[in-house]
Design a protein around this ligand. Structure first.
Ligand code: FAD
Length: 318
């Protein structure tokens, strides 16, 4: 079932959902199930699975030369989605990237998803590969998430790349995209970011899911700006509890988001790893409760495979 249908069907009852990432290559699917099992009591209607593009590694050949290798450290997004749908009977949502795919690869990827009975996708541009500064699309690939949305929405109307295909089947994907309450790192201004977000919606997006934020005011302001710009689709907030002191520097660096002074002060003065986790749980619980008081239909948690804090929050909120 589509995310938008889940929201409609819930008729105002708040929904709990979360995102997981595939395990590092070499680990088995059990690590995924171990991250999902503790959260199933909160009846998630859907679970997102991230996609991780290739990275370049340079291996010394021993003769002073380096060999460039292309590696995917976290493969398995599609297999994990199929396994989730099969085992838990819950909608699994694969993230689909522009990066690393040409449009033909994308089309074939979407056909696989459709055949597996996957009804939802999140369409993303993806970041630059780690060794490069700027994102570069593949030759004949999509450059912006909006182009990817257009391609998926096209397939929903039976438009394939080969325009000689006759009587081709239509897909029926519900399409989510990313939104950034604190602006995407490359966007020159919030206004331009929202205008490009609006363009993504106009290309066929059904809902927005946000980057994590730690101050609800950022989210409420973002929603206001979107609504004033004429964006009417549901906006699902993304939440992440802090679980370690090192995240105080990792999170701003990696996701280009800020942490409120009060939260930072509390985490710095915590005297044990458990105390940090507890602060993260309490902060995120307070955020969650305030969002629900304001009528937000779905709360989406970035579990990153670690269910413990999310479970503690969900117990207090749902
Ligand atoms: C909820 C969520 C889930 C994510 N999941 C993943 C994942 O699974 N795997 C992964 O690798 N990454 C993931 N990311 C990270 C994401 O891929 C990066 O943030 C990426 O840098 C931007 O992706 P986007 O889809 O927002 O890009 P876009 O919407 O294409 O925007 C990228 C930038 O280009 C600008 N822009 C857009 N259109 C135009 C245009 N026509 N002309 C000029 N500028 C334009 C935007 O303002 C923005 O600054 C996720 C992010 C979020 C918020």
């Amino acid at each position: 079932m589509k995310v938008t249908q889940h929201i409609q069907q819930a008729a105002g009852k708040p929904l709990f959902s979360f995102e997981i990432l595939p395990p590092l290559k070499g680990q088995n699917i059990q690590s995924i199930f171990d991250g999902i099992d503790p959260l199933m009591e909160f009846n998630p209607p859907f679970i997102d699975v991230t996609y991780h593009r290739e990275e370049y590694q340079y291996k010394e050949l021993g003769n002073g030369l380096l060999k460039k290798q292309v590696v995917k450290k976290r493969p398995g997004t599609v297999g994990i989605c199929a396994a989730i749908q099969n085992k838990y009977k819950v909608d699994a949502i694969p993230h689909v990237l522009c990066g690393g795919f040409n449009r033909e690869d994308t089309e074939n990827f979407l056909i696989d998803l459709d055949f597996l009975g996957i009804d939802n996708v999140v369409a993303l541009r993806g970041d630059a590969v780690k060794s490069e500064t700027y994102f570069r699309p593949e030759k004949d690939g999509n450059q912006f998430a909006s182009e990817l949305v257009e391609q998926i929405a096209g397939l929903n109307r039976g438009i394939y790349l080969d325009d000689e295909l006759q009587n081709s089947a239509v897909t029926d994907f519900c399409i989510g995209v990313a939104g950034y309450p604190e602006k995407h790192i490359e966007a020159p201004s919030m206004e331009s970011d929202i205008q490009f977000l609006k363009h993504k919606i106009n290309c066929g997006t059904d809902y927005i899911i946000t980057q994590m934020f730690f101050d609800n005011k950022r989210f409420f302001d973002f929603v206001d700006r979107c609504r004033r710009a004429g964006i009417t689709v549901p906006i699902i907030p993304g939440l992440k509890p802090i679980t370690s002191k090192k995240q105080l520097t990792q999170i701003p660096h990696r996701f280009s988001v800020s942490l409120p002074d009060e939260l930072v002060r509390e985490v710095i003065s915590a005297t044990s790893p458990d105390a940090v986790k507890q602060i993260g749980i309490e902060w995120c619980t307070a955020q969650s409760k305030e969002l629900l008081q304001n009528g937000i239909p779905v709360l989406h948690y970035y579990s990153m495979g670690k269910a413990e804090s999310i479970k503690a929050i969900a117990r207090k909120v749902f």
